[in-house]
Design a protein around this ligand. Structure first.
Ligand SMILES: *[C@@H]1O[C@H](CO)[C@@H](O)[C@H](O)[C@H]1NC(C)=O
Ligand SMILES: *[C@@H]1O[C@H](CO)[C@@H](O)[C@H](O)[C@H]1NC(C)=O
Ligand SMILES: *[C@@H]1O[C@H](CO)[C@@H](O)[C@H](O)[C@H]1NC(C)=O
Ligand SMILES: *[C@@H]1O[C@H](CO)[C@@H](O)[C@H](O)[C@H]1NC(C)=O
Length: 304
């Protein structure tokens, strides 16, 4: 063995190993799906992100999908500053087409996930073709209709959409004096779950307003479900983790936050001082470096 070879190993241990071990794992949880950036609290890899959002997003052929108990939705966008996402249900009615037959997903989240995800108060759900004995109307029996305008948008305007031209001659008329309305608009907080079969409705649509812009007409509304997300728990944990080069994640059962560091997981930060396991690894590295140094000295003395 020649001296320069050994010096190279020596250098590698002293210079490169610590660099790699400090910074190698930074941002391992970040990802892209198509052109959408996936960042905390969301993640595509298991163990990454906030536990409230685990097993929620999936990237399929560069299309980001959002999966909850009522079904799968395409994610049109994520706004990290406003903490919201916009979802599209392929079987949701829009201005151009009214989809009946209860094929739409509606919007129902698992109970444990409910604190983390809620359609915004500016989001209007329009329930279409609900039966007269729907709990929607029963609960309000004798009182005012539960249907209302949301964020300057209304069913009255929605009836002007071309999609209704196919429906109007049939059961659901704009004139609904006696029977239930063909369309009933509500914000999510009034019903807490949009379950079409439970509500006895044939279909639904969802539109949201891009405040402060007031949409001119239903053909210019933004169709989709605007969902506000909130990160519950200890926000400073993630900030501290990222500040030390880690990625925010959680344990397998999603109970505890974990800071994913290079080659190990911390319940705090990636700071060397606080880590027992890392300290052990560090001592091993020092021992190896010592061994190499020793070998060099031995080799050198042999050569002389
Ligand atoms: C760290 O945690 C992640 C996510 O829970 C897990 O996938 C990984 O195996 C853990 N790594 C170690 C070294 O324990
Ligand atoms: C919707 O309601 C039906 C009937 O009550 C129920 O069987 C179904 O599980 C509900 N769907 C969701 C996603 O909660
Ligand atoms: C909702 O808006 C429509 C016009 O878009 C209006 O005719 C109707 O009176 C409004 N309803 C309520 C309850 O404000
Ligand atoms: C939140 O996390 C920080 C940083 O890890 C920690 O110092 C603090 O004790 C935590 N607070 C709570 C309430 O868990």
């Amino acid at each position: 063995m020649d001296r320069s070879f050994l010096s190279t190993i020596f250098l590698a241990f002293y210079v490169f190993v610590p660099i790699v071990s400090s910074y190698g794992n930074a941002n391992t949880c970040r990802a892209f799906c198509g052109n959408l950036k996936i960042d905390y609290p969301f993640a595509l890899q298991s163990g990454c992100g906030h536990p409230g959002f685990r097993e929620l997003l999936f990237c399929i052929n560069d299309v980001l999908m959002f999966h909850i108990s009522s079904g799968s939705y395409r994610v049109l966008g994520i706004d990290y500053a406003y903490q919201s996402l916009v979802l599209l249900d392929p079987h949701m009615s829009t201005c151009d087409s009214i989809v009946l037959g209860g094929r739409g997903n509606g919007f129902v989240v698992e109970q444990w996930r409910a604190p983390y995800l809620n359609p915004t108060s500016d989001n209007m759900f329009m329930l279409i073709g609900c039966s007269a004995d729907s709990s929607l109307f029963q609960a309000y029996h004798g009182k005012r209709s539960p249907c209302r305008n949301v964020s300057g948008m209304s069913c009255e305007e929605y009836y002007g959409c071309p999609g209704w031209d196919m429906i109007r001659p049939k059961q659901y008329g704009v004139v609904y004096g006696s029977g239930p309305p063909g369309c009933c608009a509500l914000p999510f907080e009034d019903i807490k779950a949009v379950n079409l079969s439970k509500l006895g409705c044939q279909g639904y649509s969802s539109a949201y307003s891009l405040a402060p812009l007031r949409r001119a007409g239903p053909d210019e509304w933004s169709y989709g479900i605007e969902v506000k997300y909130s990160v519950q728990g200890n926000a400073s944990f993630c900030r501290a983790c990222e500040a030390t080069g880690g990625s925010c994640g959680h344990d397998i059962d999603g109970k505890n936050d974990l800071c994913l560091c290079s080659g190990w997981n911390s319940t705090g930060t990636c700071d060397l001082v606080h880590s027992e396991s890392h300290r052990r690894k560090w001592s091993l590295m020092v021992a190896l470096a010592g061994f190499v140094t020793g070998t060099i000295i031995l080799e050198t003395s042999h050569l002389q």
